[in-house]
Design a protein around this ligand. Structure first.
Ligand code: ATP
Length: 232
């Protein structure tokens, strides 16, 4: 579980987080949404330990931040294997676990290709596989699908929902998309100017035909209203 109460963070004179509050229960998904510059990435980087967390907050353990930096000179399979600590894992186990990840993410057929020989959506899957292979307690995603076209976006979102169902995990993701937040977030955290603006509970997350349901649009509207209220 992550529990932050009054987290502030500045880059020099620039206050990026201002007494931010956040509670994330283990085994749940949380979307973080808000206007550009409101501090979403700063919050995620603090959680990932990529920025020093100020006192009295301690860095939560077992968090892995997904990034898309696959090494171009390594195959997809070798890139995924990099998510494991070579010193600790035998070659045979490394093989078995990368195969398991390739299957989980549905990318077995591109295992031996290089990153420049696969699509944006496949690169995204490979990056997620590389992160998940280490079995992190918490998966942090920064704009998981932002660079993709509408249909590929939905595919990645469906895949993340499927993964969440198959393997219990805590997922915290930053997004600019209201629809993505409502499709994947059991809780939607709306930020404004470095602070928590509103938390929207989304109990319909994961329901059948969610995207086409009235509940989906009602929750999108609630998020939109919260975002607009913050803009006043
Ligand atoms: N390295 C940095 N040095 C100085 N200021 C920074 C730095 N990184 C971010 N900031 C500032 O901190 C604030 C929060 O930035 P952050 O990147 O966390 O916002 P964001 O909500 O993720 O934005 P976006 O949606 O545009 O990615 C902004 O005012 C930004 O200009």
């Amino acid at each position: 579980m992550i529990s932050l109460e009054g987290l502030s963070y500045s880059y020099g004179e620039n206050l990026a987080l201002n007494k931010m509050k956040l509670t994330v229960e283990a085994g749940t998904t949380t979307a973080i949404i808000g206007p550009s510059g409101c501090g979403k990435t700063t919050l995620l980087y603090l959680l990932a330990g990529l920025l020093p967390m100020p006192e009295p907050f301690l860095k939560p353990s077992g968090i892995v931040l997904q990034n898309y930096g696959l090494f171009p000179w390594k195959t997809v399979k070798a890139n995924i294997g990099l998510g494991l600590d070579r010193g600790l894992v035998k070659k045979s186990e490394m093989n078995a676990r990368t195969d398991e990840m390739l299957e989980l993410l549905g990318i077995q057929e591109i295992a031996n290709r290089y990153p420049n020989q696969i699509s944006g959506g496949q690169r995204q899957r490979a990056a997620i596989a590389r992160t998940l292979i280490s079995n992190p307690d918490i998966l942090l995603l920064d704009e998981a699908s932002s660079a993709l076209d509408a249909l590929s976006k939905e595919k990645i979102q469906n895949l993340l929902l499927e993964l969440f169902r198959k393997r219990p995990m805590t997922l915290v993701f930053v997004t600019h998309s209201i629809e993505e937040a409502v499709f994947l977030g059991q809780k939607i955290v709306v930020m404004h100017q470095g602070s928590l603006s509103k938390v929207i509970e989304n109990s319909n997350m994961g329901m059948k035909n969610h995207r086409a349901s009235k509940q989906f649009y009602d929750t999108c509207l609630a998020v939109r209203t919260a975002l607009e209220a913050g803009d006043d």
